[in-house]
Ligand binder design. Structure first.
Ligand SMILES: Nc1ncnc2c1ncn2[C@@H]1O[C@H](COP(=O)(O)OP(=O)(O)O)[C@@H](O)[C@H]1O
Ligand SMILES: [Mg+2]
Length: 398
């Protein structure tokens, strides 16, 4: 007879390559039932966009296969995005698990284009995604989505985001007359508008909210960092941007504000020649990688310079919609997976910090250790699994 300990021991050998932890202590095994050598459980991955989802699933099947004596094995694979930000009641926006600010040193590097296509790429994996166009001076998302006449309704004193291609979208561009008035708005008003877009909007349940920030280090990035806890900042550069060092200033500001940097994506990094299929690094090679090394932050992807990306945006048909299998769309998908993985890593760190704080509180005033040392996440999971196995067949873990 196979025992529950055998199953858990085997599953504990499977390591999530991003989180560098085993899947049992990360709480990824749910609804485990073992009955007369019939095994079934749910593998709950940390995001549908994880770059290693297939690898983890294969590793689980291999590990279970090594047990040998099982009659039946049934695995259900799902994904539940981890909370990469504090969701305490008083932090605001508690229905949004991850908020990702997209920043750059200067304008024109393709921040809006990248924000939109990354949001679409994440959404196409099955995640629930919102896009906040926070570039109040020059909102471009409505045009890029072909929503020139889009608008937002107000219900119960909350803004209702517009829907487009599965995304929840909020933009100052949905307000009439913005094109000639935007430039006159000053700091406090701008900050007030952004705060409303963040906390007075009915975002509903979102796995990821992408915030397309205006370039530089002005009032809007500052307000975002100071209004609500966010998961982190994604820095967009181009090879030329790196050369002029402006991205470095934006990174410095967020670091001073203690906002995590998720990593850097290089846009227009190379020209993908359609005839010879070579990559031509016309503006130089490796600039963003250098920045990522200098600041010890992950390099999350490179997006080619491609006329399809530009015309897609101009025509209101982003490349992720118009041509989802093109090399440019594949580059966005890959960057989106890396970004989702970084969010999971930050979320796991938050969980660990929270359980370490909890342990400290329980240790008592003299700081003496409790009887049961080791990872608290691991202990909770293992005991929950055992309890499930002891329970009747229909007593499933939630
Ligand atoms: N990878 C790319 N290939 C070709 N054109 C691009 C690419 N990324 C952005 N663009 C074009 O560059 C211009 C500026 O992009 P935009 O996203 O508005 O930049 P930002 O938001 O940083 O000011 C737009 O015309 C856009 O279509
Ligand atoms: Mg823009």
């Amino acid at each position: 007879m196979v025992t529950i300990d055998q199953v858990i021991d085997k599953l504990s050998t499977v390591i999530d390559p991003d989180l560098k932890k085993d899947i049992v202590s990360m709480g990824m095994i749910k609804d485990l039932e073992l009955d007369s050598d019939n095994l079934k459980f749910t593998l709950e991955l940390t995001t549908p966009a994880c770059p290693f989802n297939v690898e983890i699933e294969d590793d689980v099947r291999r590990a279970i296969g090594e047990i040998g004596d099982l009659k039946n094995f049934d695995m259900n694979v799902t994904a539940k995005v981890m909370e990469g930000r504090s969701l305490d009641e008083d932090t605001g926006m508690v229905t949004v698990k991850n908020i990702i600010g997209v920043a750059s040193g200067k304008g024109g590097v393709g921040k809006s284009t990248v924000s939109l296509n990354l949001a679409l790429a994440l959404s196409q994996t099955g995640a629930k995604v919102g896009l906040l166009d926070a570039d109040i001076y020059g909102p471009s998302i409505p045009l890029m989505l072909g929503m020139k006449d889009g608008y937002m309704e107000v219900e119960d004193n909350k803004l209702q985001p517009a829907d487009s291609n599965g995304l929840k979208v909020v933009s100052f561009g949905f307000f009439a007359e913005q094109s000639h008035q935007a430039a006159i708005y000053r700091g406090p008003i701008i900050s007030g508008i952004l705060r409303q877009f963040l906390v007075d909007t009915n975002w509903s349940n979102l796995d990821y909210l992408i915030v397309d920030l205006p370039p530089g280090t002005g009032d809007i990035p500052l307000t975002l960092a100071q209004t609500i806890p966010i998961t982190g900042i994604l820095v967009i550069t181009t090879p030329q941007d790196v050369a002029s060092n402006v991205a470095v200033k934006a990174i410095g500001m967020f670091e001073k504000l203690n906002v995590p940097i998720l990593g850097v994506v290089e846009n227009m990094s190379h020209f993908a020649c359609p005839t010879c299929s070579d990559k031509h690094y016309i503006f130089g090679d490796g600039g963003a990688k250098k920045i990522s090394e200098q600041f010890n932050m992950p390099f999350l992807g490179e997006i080619p310079l491609n006329s399809g990306i530009m015309s897609g945006s101009d025509l209101g048909r982003p490349i992720m919609i118009a041509s989802p299998e093109s090399p440019s769309a594949v580059a966005f998908k890959s960057a989106a997976r890396n970004i989702a993985a970084q969010c999971s890593i930050l979320a796991a760190r938050l969980q660990q910090e929270a359980s370490a704080t909890e342990e400290q509180v329980q240790d008592g005033p003299d700081g003496s250790a409790r009887d049961d040392p080791g990872s608290s996440i691991g202990q909770v999971m293992t005991s929950t699994i055992s309890a499930t196995v002891d329970a009747p067949q229909d007593g499933r873990m939630q």
